[in-house]
Design a protein around this ligand. Structure first.
Ligand SMILES: NC(=O)C1=CN([C@@H]2O[C@H](COP(=O)(O)OP(=O)(O)OC[C@H]3O[C@@H](n4cnc5c(N)ncnc54)[C@H](O)[C@@H]3O)[C@@H](O)[C@H]2O)C=CC1
Length: 401
C-alpha cells in the first residue's frame, strides 16, 4: 500500500502528462478502443480528467473495505460503455506504461510489481461485477412523449423495454445515438407508474450536445439508453417536519417524491420551495397548485427574481424565505438544483441550524460544458483534484421495489 501511495504522489505531480501518455498509448496499441471514447475533443478532455479522478479515488481508498464492492458495482455499470473483458488487459498495459514513463527513476521493479498487482485486483473485481450482474448492461427506452416548455426545457416520457427499478428521487444516466458515447445523468421526474414509463426533465445547456439533442431534436419513437438508477435523494419517513427545495429542473426528483407522498401521505408537514429563473420556468406550476389544494400537509412557496434582476437573485430571495421559516435543527431537508445553488443553500441552511445529517442532496458535478470551460491545468490538479464522477454505482434501488 505504502509503495503505491508514495509512487502515486510522484505521478500526481505530472498528472496531465501521465494521462495524455496513457491515452496515446492505449489508442496507438488498440485502435479499436478509440471508438468507445467520445469523439469531441472537449468531451475527451473531460474524460481524461475523470480517469485520473477515479484513479485518485481508488488509491485514496486502498485500505478501505468498501473499495472492492465499489469496484464490483463499477464493473457492472461499465458494461453500458461497451467495455469487454479484454479491454481490462489493454488498459492495464497502458496504465503501467504511463506510470513508468511519468515516474522516471522512481519506477523500480518493486514499484512496478506493486502496481501490476493492484491493477489486477481492480480489473478482477470489475470483471467479476460485470459477469455476475443480472441486470442488462443498459435499458433501451422508447420516447413516447416530448413536451417542450419554451426553447430550453423539455420533458421526455420514456418507456423502458424491460422493467426499470428505481426509487422516487433517484437519477439515471442517459445516452442517445444522436451523440454517441456521451452519457449524462438526469433525475427521474415521477414516482414509479403502473405502465413503467419514466419522465426526464432536461434543461438545455449552451454547447451541451446531449441536452440540446434531447430538448430540441429527439422525437417520439426514438430509443434512448438508460443506465441503472442510483442516488441517495430518497424520502426518509421520519417524525420530523420536512422542507423540499427545488431550483430549475432540479424540480424533477422533488416531483417524484411528492407524487409518492401524495399516494402515501406523510404524518408531518411538508413545505415546498420552488425556485426558478422566471415565471415561465415554473413549468409545472399548475400541477403543484393542484397538489397544494388537495394535500393538507403541503404548503408551497414559489420564488423568482425581482423584475429585471439576474436569475440568481432568486437564490437571495430564497435565503430570506428560509431565514423566516425557522425550526431548521428539527427538520429533514431535501435539496435539488444547479450545483452551486445546492452548495450555497446547504451552507446557508447549516448556518441557520440545519443538521448536516438531515440535509439530503445529490453530489451534483459542475454542469458542463460551459463556454470557457477547459481541462484543468497541473496547478489546479495539484491543489484541488476534482471529485470522481458523481454517479455512485453502489447506490442502486433495491430490486424488490
Ligand atoms: N438531483 C439534483 O440535484 C438535480 C440537479 N439538477 C441540476 O439542476 C440544474 C437545472 O438547471 P436549470 O433548470 O437550467 O436551472 P436555472 O439555471 O434556471 O437555475 C434555477 C435557479 O437556480 C439558482 N441558481 C442557478 N445557478 C446558480 C448559481 N450559480 N448560484 C446560485 N444560485 C443559482 C437561481 O436561483 C436560478 O433562478 C442543472 O444544473 C442540473 O444538473 C437537475 C435535476 C436534479
Amino acid at each position: 500500500m505504502k509503495i503505491l501511495k508514495s509512487s502515486f504522489a510522484v505521478v500526481e505531480r505530472r498528472a496531465e502528462h501521465a494521462v495524455k501518455f496513457f491515452y496515446s498509448h492505449l489508442f496507438w496499441h488498440n485502435p479499436g478502443v478509440r471508438a468507445l471514447f467520445p469523439d469531441s475533443l472537449h468531451e475527451m478532455e473531460r474524460q481524461r480528467d475523470r480517469l485520473f479522478a477515479a484513479l485518485t479515488h481508488v488509491i485514496a481508498h486502498l485500505d478501505d473495505g468498501t473499495l472492492r464492492p465499489y469496484l464490483h458495482d463499477l464493473g457492472r455499470d461499465h458494461r453500458k460503455f461497451l467495455v469487454r473483458p479484454e479491454h481490462y488487459a489493454a488498459v492495464g498495459a497502458s496504465l503501467l506504461a504511463a506510470l513508468a514513463e511519468t515516474s522516471g527513476a522512481a519506477w523500480t521493479p518493486p514499484v512496478e510489481k506493486a502496481w501490476a498487482e493492484a491493477y489486477q485486483v481492480i480489473a478482477d473485481a470489475m470483471t467479476a461485477g460485470a459477469e455476475g450482474s443480472e441486470d442488462p448492461p443498459w435499458w433501451d427506452a422508447e420516447v413516447v412523449r416530448h413536451l417542450q416548455y419554451g426553447p430550453d426545457i423539455g420533458v421526455l416520457t420514456l418507456r423502458p423495454h424491460l422493467p426499470f427499478p428505481y426509487l422516487p428521487g433517484q437519477y439515471t444516466s442517459v445516452s442517445s445515438d444522436r451523440v454517441p458515447t456521451t452519457w449524462r445523468t438526469y433525475s427521474i421526474g415521477n414516482a414509479p407508474r403502473p405502465d413503467g414509463t419514466v419522465d426526464l426533465h432536461v434543461s438545455r445547456i449552451d454547447r451541451g450536445r446531449l441536452s440540446t439533442a434531447l430538448v430540441r431534436e429527439t422525437r417520439p419513437g426514438e430509443v434512448l439508453r438508460l443506465g441503472a438508477a442510483g442516488g441517495q435523494l430518497v424520502f426518509r419517513r421520519e417524525d420530523r417536519p420536512v422542507s423540499l427545495i427545488a431550483a430549475g429542473t432540479g424540480w424533477a426528483p422533488i416531483r417524484a417524491m411528492l407524487e409518492d407522498l401524495a399516494e402515501r401521505p406523510p404524518d408531518q408537514d411538508v413545505r415546498l420551495f420552488v425556485v426558478a429563473r422566471d415565471g415561465a420556468h415554473l413549468y409545472d406550476r399548475p400541477l403543484i397548485d393542484a397538489y397544494a389544494a388537495r394535500c393538507g400537509w403541503l404548503a408551497v412557496t414559489y420564488i423568482t427574481p425581482a423584475p429585471g434582476r439576474h436569475r440568481n437573485q432568486a437564490t437571495d430571495r430564497l435565503a430570506t424565505a428560509l431565514g423566516h421559516r425557522g425550526m431548521w435543527p428539527d427538520q429533514d431537508v431535501y435539496l435539488s438544483g444547479p450545483p452551486q445553488f445546492v452548495d450555497e443553500t446547504a451552507h446557508l441552511l447549516q448556518q441557520l441550524g440545519a443538521r448536516p445529517g438531515r440535509l439530503f442532496h445529490d453530489a451534483v458535478p459542475a454542469r458542463g460544458p460551459e463556454p470557457g470551460d477547459r481541462p484543468l491545468g497541473f496547478g489546479e490538479w495539484f491543489l484541488n483534484p476534482p471529485a470522481p464522477h458523481w454517479h455512485n454505482p453502489s447506490a442502486r434501488a433495491p430490486r424488490s421495489y
